[in-house]
Design a protein around this ligand. Structure first.
Ligand code: PEP
Ligand code: MG
Length: 605
C-alpha cells in the first residue's frame, strides 16, 4: 500500500512557534489541552516474489489475517455505544469479506507470485484509485475505509497490533485521519477533542465525533507536521480554528470560552425534561431525527418527545440482502417500546441519489440522481420490498404510537399510489390473519417545491406533513446540497423558501393537520423564531440540539417570533432577511447560537 497520502506542500514553521490554521467545524465545542499526535499514515509493506511452493502458504496467511481482522473489528464494534459507528465498522467488515477484493488479492498471489502484503497493498490501492475518481463525495470518502482495512490487514499480516491508539484522558488527539476503530478508543479513553488533516462535515470522523459529542475540527491542512505530543493546543470547534502553542493570554481566553460553553450545555441539559413552552403558553414539540435504534438512547437522554424522522433507509445500507418484513417489525417494535409514550415517525425508505443502495441496482448510472429514481419513486418501483417494509411497520404499530411518513411526494397521483400501497400491505396482513394495528397515522414529507405549492391539496389526504428543508432548499434554489462550489447559495431565509414554508403551514392550519419540520434548518437556533413565527409547532432535530432549542423556546414569546417574521417579510432578499434575523438572535441568544450549524456565520463579525 502506498499508505495514505502525505500532508501535501505547506509552509513549515519552526516547531516552537505559534501556529494557527482554519478547518471545518465538524463537531461543536471549545477545548484547550495537550496534544497527542497519532501519525498512522505509513505502514511498511514488504514486497517479494514467492516461489510456487510458497503460494498456498501466502494465500493461507492472507485468509487467516482477514479472519483475525474481522474478529478484531467485531470486538471493537461491541464496545461502541452509538448506532452510526457500528454501521461504519460493519461496512468495513463487509469490505473485508468482499468476494471481488478477496479474489483479486488471491489472484495476485497465485498468478503474479506476490507475497500476501504486496498483493493486499496492490488490490486495495486499486480500489482506492477507483473510488478517488467517483463523482459522488460519499463514494470518494469510502476510500478512507479501504485504507483502514488495508492498514489493519497489513499490520495483522506482520503480527503487529493493528493500530491500538491509547491517548491519555483529557488530551487532544491530532491525526492525519482516524478510523472508526480509532474512534472507539477515543471514546474509551475520554479524549477531549480531535483534529484531523483530512475530512469534512460528512467524513466519518465528523459523523462519529458529533454522535460522541467530542469537539472536532477536520480538514486542517499541514497540521500534523506542526505539532508534537505535549504541545498546548486550542481547538475552537465552533469557528473551526486550531491554534498550536497559543500565547498565554490566548490560552486563558479560550479556557474561559470552553468553560462558558460547557456550563451552558450543562445548564440546558439539566432542563432537558421540561417542555418547550413559550412564555405566552404555546407548546412546541421537540422530536429527534434518528437513523438506527441505537440513536434512541441519545434522543431520550436529551429529552426528545419521540422521533419526528426515523431514516429507515439506513436499515438497507451495507448489506447483501434486503431486510425482511420480520426485521422491519422487530426494529420498529423495539423503537416504539423505547420511546413510549411518545410517537415514532417512520419514514419509508428514502434510498437513491445521495444514499445509493447496492440492493436496487437499476437506480445506478443515472446522469442526474437527485432528479432520478430515488425515494418514494424507487419504493413504488420496488413494490415487494416496499410492501414488506409497510407490513412490518403496520404490525409494529400494535406496540406504540407509530406514524408512517412517505418521502419526496411530488403530486397527488404519487401520494395516492403510496397510500394505496399502505392499504395493500394492510389487506395482505388481513388476508394472512396476521395481527396489525389497522389504521396508522400517515403523513408526507414536503421536500419538492411542487408538493409545497399544492400542499392545500395533498393535506386533505394525510394525517400530518413534515417539511424536509434539506431537499426543499436544494430543489427550490437549484443547488446541489453536496457541492461546495455552490454552498454559498444555500440560503434557508431566501424569500422563495419562506413563501413555501408559509404555504405549507397555512394549508395545515386550514385543514387542521399538524405540520412539522425535520430538515437541518430546524436544528439551527438562528432560525427558531422565524420557523415558529411562520406557524411551525413541531421540530425534529438531531438529539443533541434538543435541549438548546427547548431552552431558547422557553425564553421566547410567540409574539416575538411573529414580529420577527413580519420584519423579515419586508425584505425581498435572503441577505436582508439574514441581517434582520442575525441582529436580533445574536443580541438575544448569543450562547444558543454557538451551538447551531450556523454558528460561524452567526458569530462572525
Ligand atoms: C430533508 O430533505 O430535509 C430531510 C430531512 O431528508 P434527508 O436529509 O434525509 O434527505
Ligand atoms: Mg430529504
Amino acid at each position: 500500500m502506498s499508505a495514505a497520502a502525505g500532508s501535501g506542500p505547506h509552509t513549515v514553521a519552526p516547531l516552537q512557534d505559534r501556529f494557527e490554521r482554519r478547518g471545518v467545524a465538524a463537531s461543536p465545542g471549545v477545548v484547550v489541552g495537550l496534544a497527542h499526535v497519532v501519525d498512522r499514515r505509513r505502514v511498511h509493506v514488504p514486497r517479494r516474489h514467492v516461489s510456487k511452493h510458497e503460494i498456498e502458504g501466502e494465500v493461507k496467511r492472507f485468509r487467516v489475517a482477514t479472519r483475525r481482522a474481522l474478529e478484531d473489528l467485531e470486538g471493537i464494534k461491541g464496545r461502541l455505544p452509538h448506532g452510526e459507528h457500528r454501521q461504519i465498522l460493519k461496512a468495513q467488515q463487509l469490505m473485508l469479506r468482499d468476494p471481488d477484493l478477496v479474489q483479486d488479492v488471491e489472484t495476485r498471489i497465485r498468478e503474479d507470485g506476490r507475497n500476501a502484503e504486496w498483493a493486499v497493498a496492490q488490490s486495495t490501492d486499486a480500489v482506492c484509485e477507483t473510488l478517488s475518481k467517483a463523482s459522488d463525495a460519499r463514494f470518494r470518502e469510502r476510500q478512507f475505509d479501504v485504507t483502514f482495512i488495508a492498514e489493519r490487514l497489513l499490520r495483522t499480516l506482520r503480527d503487529e497490533h493493528p493500530g491500538e491508539v491509547a491517548p491519555p484522558a483529557g488530551c487532544l488527539v491530532i491525526a492525519y485521519d482516524l478510523s472508526p476503530a480509532d474512534m472507539a478508543q477515543m471514546h474509551d479513553h475520554g479524549v477531549a477533542g480531535l483534529v484531523t488533516e483530512i475530512g469534512g462535515q460528512t467524513s466519518h470522523t465528523a459523523i462519529m465525533a458529533r454522535a460522541l459529542e467530542i469537539p472536532a475540527v477536520a480538514g486542517v491542512e499541514g497540521l500534523i507536521d506542526q505539532v508534537k505530543t505535549g504541545d498546548l493546543v486550542v481547538v475552537d470547534a465552533v469557528h473551526g480554528v486550531v491554534i498550536v502553542r497559543p500565547t498565554e493570554h490566548e490560552a486563558g481566553v479560550f479556557r474561559g470560552e470552553a468553560r462558558r460553553y460547557r456550563a451552558f450545555e450543562d445548564r440546558v441539559q439539566k432542563e432537558h425534561g421540561l417542555l418547550a413552552t413559550t412564555e405566552d403558553g404555546f407548546h412546541v414539540a421537540l422530536r429527534a431525527n434518528v437513523a438506527l435504534n441505537e440513536d434512541l438512547e441519545s434522543a431520550v437522554f436529551h429529552g426528545a418527545e419521540g422521533v419526528g424522522l426515523y431514516r429507515t433507509e439506513y436499515i438497507y445500507l451495507n448489506r447483501s440482502d434486503p431486510p425482511s418484513e420480520e426485521e422491519h417489525y422487530q426494529i420498529a417494535k423495539s423503537a416504539l417500546q423505547r420511546c413510549a409514550p411518545y410517537p415514532v415517525t417512520f419514514r419509508t425508505f428514502d434510498l437513491g441519489s445521495d444514499k445509493p443502495c447496492e440492493l436496487f441496482a437499476h437506480a445506478h448510472d443515472e446522469a442526474n440522481p437527485a432528479m432520478g429514481l430515488r425515494s418514494l419513486r424507487l419504493a413504488l418501483r420496488e413494490e415487494n420490498h416496499f410492501l414488506a417494509q409497510l407490513r412490518g411497520l403496520l404490525r409494529a404499530a400494535l406496540h406504540g404510537p407509530a406514524r408512517i411518513m412517505l418521502p419526496l411526494v411530488g403530486s397527488l397521483d404519487e401520494l395516492q399510489t403510496g397510500l394505496a400501497m399502505i392499504n395493500e400491505a394492510r389487506s395482505q396482513l388481513e388476508h394472512a390473519r396476521v395481527a396489525h394495528a389497522g389504521e396508522v397515522p400517515t403523513g408526507i414529507m414536503i421536500e419538492v417545491p411542487s408538493a409545497a405549492l399544492i400542499a392545500d391539496v395533498l393535506v386533505q389526504h394525510v394525517d400530518f406533513m413534515s417539511i424536509g428543508t434539506n431537499d426543499l432548499i436544494q430543489y427550490t434554489l437549484a443547488i446541489d446540497r453536496e457541492n461546495d462550489e455552490v454552498n454559498y447559495l444555500y440560503q434557508p431565509l431566501h424569500p422563495a423558501i419562506l413563501r413555501l414554508l408559509r404555504m405549507v403551514c397555512e394549508a395545515g392550519v386550514r385543514y387542521d393537520v399538524p405540520v412539522s419540520i425535520c430538515g437541518e434548518m430546524a436544528a439551527d437556533p438562528l432560525f427558531t423564531w422565524v420557523l415558529m413565527g411562520l406557524g411551525l409547532r413541531e421540530f425534529s432535530v438531531n438529539p443533541a440540539a434538543v435541549p438548546v432549542l427547548k431552552n431558547l423556546i422557553r425564553a421566547t414569546t410567540m409574539a416575538d417570533a411573529e414580529r420577527m417574521v413580519r420584519e423579515v417579510d419586508k425584505t425581498p432578499t435572503a441577505q436582508g432577511a439574514e441581517a434582520i434575523v442575525l441582529a436580533e438572535m445574536r443580541e438575544r441568544f448569543p450562547e444558543h447560537l454557538l451551538h447551531g450549524a450556523g454558528a460561524s456565520s452567526a458569530t462572525a463579525g
